[in-house]
Design a protein around this ligand. Structure first.
Ligand code: SAH
Ligand code: SF4
Length: 391
């Protein structure tokens, strides 16, 4: 059963929590105490909140849930790209990917980590290169399910550090430590960058996404700067305009993958609904409001969009919309026929873009071997579960 958004405490903003506590006739300072337990001390049970009177803890338990994500699988080794597969309350699976700092990819230099988070179970947009949409769309993630991906990775890291301090080597540390001890609090947070680029189309889950990002951005919550949060979209033009009108300075990445309608349509069905003329008009509006550099994601797929003919229109769009271009060699997805171009083709595409005076990078990534693109670990696990049940 899916819990209603208002019922989980980590789906609430500070103001909403204060209002709910006022209804329960609690003094205003309790909201601050509870938020501190949730986001600073990373408590995962009401009983861990020892400075709250017992009757209040019982009242909270009656009125809210305090749910955590269950880690079912982790791939990748320390200091490399690591993938986390989570099971939600209704047993749906979603992924997050932890990426060690890579200043060239998403903007400013960082000595910490980027977390790529999911916003939906599955995806309705069916891009032809993507594992996330292969089984269709199941549901939107609730705000706390987005927030919890960050908190659960932070708890995992804190538990790992505790274990290594005790000399215990354990790849899967205890997932349900009730509260992070003070000693762990003195270490800086692991994650200081977010990319909303996991499973699902974030702007199709607009309200819950914005709520979650506000909680993750707030000083009383996740404390991650808005400029360090990048939302990636396949190009939902009306929602891009809406986002332009929000006060926060979140960054925007657009999955372009084709610089002309003919090519983009072969790759992304959404281009029929919002063709480039409409998408770029929305981005013009976005830029008129934000004047921040955009990112274009451009997956290079052999024989589909890697021809140098794409370079000129791509450069024109990048210059007009003040965007840099991330070239990403396609990751093969089981069940899909496309393939990645050879290295020479990717390098030539990059060189041609740079010659057009576009800021561009080519991902020469390490994640290929662990199914780095989002959606793939979930797909694999679901297939394995199916196989286990059928044999
Ligand atoms: N729905 C949003 C965000 C999630 S997927 C969107 O489409 O923007 C977006 C990104 O995941 C893509 O732009 C690409 O960077 C990456 N990605 C997905 N499948 C991939 C694959 N097979 N190979 C390489 N990158 C992939
Ligand atoms: Fe959905 Fe993004 Fe994958 Fe397209 S690329 S199917 S929009 S998750």
């Amino acid at each position: 059963m899916i819990t209603a958004a208002r019922n989980d405490i980590k789906s609430l903003t500070q103001a909403e929590l204060a209002a709910r506590l006022a209804e329960l006739k609690q003094p205003a300072y309790r909201a601050g105490q509870i938020l501190q337990w949730l986001y600073e001390r990373q408590a995962t049970s009401w009983d861990a909140m020892t400075n709250l009177p017992k009757p209040l803890r019982a009242e909270l338990a009656k009125n809210f849930t305090l749910q955590t994500l269950e880690l079912v699988r982790k791939q990748g080794a320390r200091d490399t790209t690591q993938k986390f597969l989570w099971r939600l309350a209704d047993h749906a699976l979603v992924e997050s990917v932890l990426i060690p700092a890579n200043p060239a990819l998403y903007g400013e230099a960082s000595d910490r980590h980027t977390l790529c988070v999911s916003t939906q179970v599955g995806c309705a947009y069916g891009c032809k290169f993507c594992a996330s949409g292969l089984d269709g769309w199941k549901r939107n993630l609730l705000p706390y399910e987005i927030v919890e991906q960050v908190m659960a990775v932070e708890r995992w890291k804190a538990a790992e550090m505790r274990n290594s301090e005790c000399g215990v080597r354990n790849e899967k540390p205890e997932p349900r430590a009730e509260v992070v001890p003070h000693s762990a609090l003195r270490t800086p947070r692991l994650i200081d960058n977010l990319v909303i680029m996991g499973m699902g189309e974030p702007l199709a889950n607009y309200d819950y996404l914005l709520k979650a990002l506000r909680i993750l951005n707030a000083p009383w919550g996740g404390g991650i700067g808005a400029r360090k949060i990048t939302i990636s979209t396949s190009g939902l033009a009306p929602q891009i305009r809406k986002l332009a009108d929000e006060p926060e300075q979140f960054r925007l990445a657009v999955s372009l993958h084709g610089a002309t309608d003919v090519v983009r349509e072969k790759i992304m069905p959404v281009n029929r609904k919002y063709p480039l003329r409409e998408l770029t008009a929305a981005l013009d509006y976005y830029q008129s409001k934000k004047s921040k550099m955009l990112t274009f994601e451009f997956i290079l797929i052999a024989g589909v969009n890697d021809s140098l003919e794409q370079v000129k229109p791509l450069a024109a769009l990048a210059k007009r919309l003040y965007a840099k271009v991330n070239l990403i060699p396609y990751n093969t997805v089981e069940g899909l026929t496309w393939s990645r171009p050879d290295e020479k083709t990717c390098e030539a595409f990059l060189a041609a873009l740079v010659k057009q005076k576009v800021i561009a990078t080519l991902r020469r990534e390490k994640g290929h071997d662990i199914d780095a693109a989002c959606g793939q670990l979930r797909l694999k696990t679901e297939k394995e579960i199916d196989n286990a049940l059928n044999h």
